[in-house]
Design a protein around this ligand. Structure first.
Ligand code: SF4
Ligand code: SF4
Length: 309
C-alpha cells in the first residue's frame, strides 16, 4: 500500500469533506447461510461480470477514491476482482468468512468474520465453519484481522472469543454491533442501547487484559455509547458514510450504506464509523493508529505498547 496514498486519504479526512473510499459488494453469492445475514434472504439483480466490476473500480480510483472495502456475499468467490482491487487501490480490505483461505493479494488485507467460540459461531454460521476458518487462519501467509458482529446471539461470549482468537496468528480483532433493517424481521438480533453500553464497557476491560489486538479504543467506544456521541451521528445525513464512502451492490448500482438502503441508522453499530469518528472527532492518536494499522502502516509493532490505556 503506498505511503502517498495513505497520506492523501488522511489529508482528505482532515482537511476536506470529499469521499475517499469505495465499498462494494462484489458478489451476492455465498457458501454459507448465517442466521443474522440479510444478504442471502433477499432477491438480488445479476452481478456485473469481472471486466465491468474492475472497470467500475478503476473509474472510481480515477475520481480520487484511494481505498476500497470489498464485501459480499463471499468475495473469495470472485478471486480476479479481489486481485484487481489490490492493484487498483492504495488500501484494500476484503471481508471473508474465512472458509476459502487467504490468497496473497498485493496491497490487500483480509478480515475474517467470526462470531464467537466454536459452539456459538457454528450455531450462527453453520457446523464446521469455525474449525475450517481457524485452519485457514493458521495456514495464512500474512495474519488476517478478525471481525465479530455482536448480537443477541453471541453477546455473552465476547471475552471467551477474544481468548480463543488471541491464541491464533492474527493481527487484531474488531467489533461491530448488529445493525437491523428498519422494520426488518432481524430486529430481534440487535441489542438495546443499554445492553450495548454494557458490552462496550466490557470491551475496554477486555482490551486492557489482551492488549492492542483488541481493536477498540475509548474514543471509539464513546462514538457508540448512548451517553457519548452516538446521537450526534446516527442519521443518514450526519453519518460519515454519506460524505466519505461510495457504496455499490454487485450489479453496480449505488446504495446508501454498506448495510443496505433500509439499514436502521438509529441503531447503527458500525465499527468503521466508530473508528473514523473516534479518530477525528476530536482527534485521537490511539484511534488514528488503529486506522493506520488497518491501512498497513509499517513499524506498527514498535508502537503497540503505547496503544492500550
Ligand atoms: S458469510 Fe457473510 S455473506 Fe455469507 S451468509 Fe454469512 S454473513 Fe452472509
Ligand atoms: S446504518 Fe450506520 S453506517 Fe449506515 S448510513 Fe446509517 S448510520 Fe451510517
Amino acid at each position: 500500500m503506498s505511503l502517498l496514498g495513505k497520506t492523501v486519504i488522511l489529508s482528505k479526512w482532515l482537511f476536506t469533506q470529499r469521499p475517499t473510499s469505495l465499498a462494494i459488494d462484489i458478489t451476492h453469492r455465498c457458501n454459507l447461510k448465517c442466521l443474522h445475514c440479510y444478504f442471502w434472504r433477499e432477491e438480488h439483480p445479476g452481478e456485473l461480470p469481472d471486466s465491468e466490476m474492475i472497470a467500475l473500480m478503476k473509474t472510481f480510483r480515477k475520481r480520487g477514491l484511494r481505498a476500497a472495502i470489498l464485501y459480499g456475499g463471499e468475495p473469495t468467490l470472485r478471486p480476479e476482482v479481489c486481485r484487481a482491487a489490490g492493484e487498483i487501490f492504495d488500501a484494500c480490505l476484503i471481508f471473508t468468512n474465512g472458509t476459502n483461505g487467504f490468497a496473497e493479494i498485493r496491497g490487500a488485507k483480509w478480515i475474517v468474520s467470526l462470531d464467537g467460540p466454536e459452539r456459538v459461531n457454528d450455531e450462527i454460521r453453520g457446523i464446521g465453519v469455525y474449525r475450517r476458518a481457524v485452519l485457514e487462519i493458521r495456514r495464512a501467509k500474512s495474519p488476517p484481522l478478525i471481525h465479530m458482529t455482536i448480537s443477541r446471539l453471541n453477546m455473552g461470549c465476547v471475552e471467551d472469543f477474544v481468548g480463543c482468537m488471541a491464541e491464533l496468528p492474527i493481527e487484531g480483532i474488531g467489533f461491530s454491533f448488529f445493525t437491523p433493517a428498519v422494520g426488518g424481521a432481524d430486529s430481534g438480533y440487535a441489542l438495546t442501547l443499554m445492553e450495548r453500553d454494557r458490552i462496550l464497557t466490557q470491551l475496554l476491560s477486555i482490551r486492557k487484559k489482551f492488549g492492542p489486538i483488541v481493536g477498540i479504543t475509548p474514543a471509539m467506544v464513546r462514538q457508540l455509547r448512548s451517553d457519548g456521541a452516538f446521537f450526534s451521528w446516527n442519521r443518514k445525513e450526519l453519518c460519515p458514510v454519506s460524505t466519505r464512502v461510495r457504496c455499490f451492490n454487485p450489479a453496480g448500482e449505488a446504495k446508501f450504506c454498506t448495510y443496505g438502503d433500509s439499514a436502521d441508522c438509529s441503531r447503527c453499530g458500525c465499527a468503521a464509523v466508530a473508528a473514523y469518528r473516534g479518530a477525528l472527532c476530536p482527534i485521537d492518536f490511539r484511534t488514528m493508529l488503529v486506522i493506520l494499522a488497518l491501512m498497513g502502516m509499517p513499524g506498527r509493532r514498535l508502537i503497540t505498547p503505547f496503544l492500550v490505556r
